[in-house]
Design a binder for this molecule. Structure first.
Ligand SMILES: [Mg+2]
Length: 347
């Protein structure tokens, strides 16, 4: 006989009660009240409406520079410079005007290479308008406007533009300030010259000063041994203490009286010579430069190009160009010109 099966009673399962989840209450967000903006009162000035945006943009750059002592990294414009080979063909084909700095942009080591001159000539023959925009003096600009393959030249940091009318064989000269104002400015700049030479040993009046009409150029790096930045700042202070404006280029400190600069004179040139507002053709204008004093132009033009020697200034410049060449100075300019013209045959 089979023994009866033993039924082992199932153990009651221990049900582990689910722990109640701890609900972490959401922290109330701290709302940071927006700071009231400081409104900088604008100087009373008559500006024609079409130029208003140009000048506002430029003032923005000026104020940022004013507020950034010691130098802060760039605040406006593009975030990084891209290799110029990345420049798409469509905007390249649309370019009609090429604005360019001269020192260390067309030149290299103080010389104008044949490649840069040839590039200007090729661009002009292709129907583009080449316009150097420089701090160099009226005497040089007279020669440049007359003999170089250019449409016009802006000189002495915007004190004037010169354009040679080949058909009528006459030089057209337009100044930011009247002849009388420039004569009065000359006397005030003479006082600044005396003070600078006493207070900043090692600097000198620039070798091209005799050919200037509107500004005073103090050499700290061209024909004299390079001076440290604090000496350069003292030169600038001599100008600004006397109510003048001052700009530092790679070789000179240029100072002048009057509310003008390279961009304001370029705006005027486009209105008077080409009959358009600079604002309306901004996308079809290229500016090529190399250093911090080109920052306002880099900021203004969406297709600005830096030649390769702009790279050491990346941390000190307030606005970067969109594109950068692989070659330096005039060779970089030639590289840009070749790409610009190549864009015309690409689809
Ligand atoms: Mg330069």
């Amino acid at each position: 006989m089979k023994p009866p099966c033993t039924v082992i009673p199932e153990k009651p399962r221990t049900v582990i009660p689910e722990k109640p989840r701890t609900v972490i209450p959401e922290k109330p967000r701290t709302v940071i009240p927006e700071k009231p903006r400081t409104v900088i009162p604008e100087k009373a000035r008559t500006v024609i409406p079409s130029e208003a945006r140009d000048l506002r943009a430029h003032r923005c750059v000026k104020w940022r520079k004013h507020l950034s002592r010691p130098f802060r990294p760039r605040q406006i414009g593009v975030l990084t410079m891209n290799p110029i080979s990345h420049w798409p063909p469509a905007p390249r084909r649309a370019v009609t005007h090429v604005l360019c700095d001269i020192d260390d942009t067309l030149t290299l080591g103080g010389r104008l290479p044949a490649a840069a001159y040839s590039a200007m000539e090729t661009l002009t023959e292709a129907g583009l308008h080449v316009i150097p925009v420089t701090g160099r003096p009226a005497g040089w600009c007279d020669h440049i406007a007359r003999m170089w393959p250019v449409a016009a030249v802006v000189g002495e940091n915007g004190a004037f533009y010169f354009r040679y009318d080949g058909e009528n064989r006459r030089m057209i000269r337009r100044y930011a300030r009247s002849r009388e104002a420039r004569a009065a400015d000359r006397r005030r700049l003479e006082e600044i010259r005396k003070r600078v030479l006493v207070e900043v040993p090692g600097c000198a009046v620039a070798a091209d000063q005799a050919y200037r009409e509107a500004d005073l150029a103090i050499d700290f790096c061209e024909d004299v041994a390079p001076l440290p930045m604090d000496a350069v700042d003292r030169i600038v202070a001599c100008f600004t203490d006397a109510g003048a404006r001052a700009k530092i280029s790679s070789i000179h400190v240029n100072g002048w009286f009057g509310d003008y600069d390279k961009l304001t004179m370029t705006v005027r040139l486009f209105a008077e010579v080409f009959g358009v507002t600079l604002e309306s053709v901004r996308q079809r204008v290229v500016f090529v430069g190399d250093s911090p004093n080109d920052a306002p132009m880099f900021a203004y033009f969406p297709h600005a190009v830096g030649v390769a020697n702009v790279k050491p200034f990346v941390e000190r410049i307030e606005a970067l160009p969109a594109w950068v060449t692989t070659a330096e100075g005039g060779y970089g300019f030639a590289e840009m010109a070749e790409l610009l013209l190549a864009g015309r045959s690409e689809t």
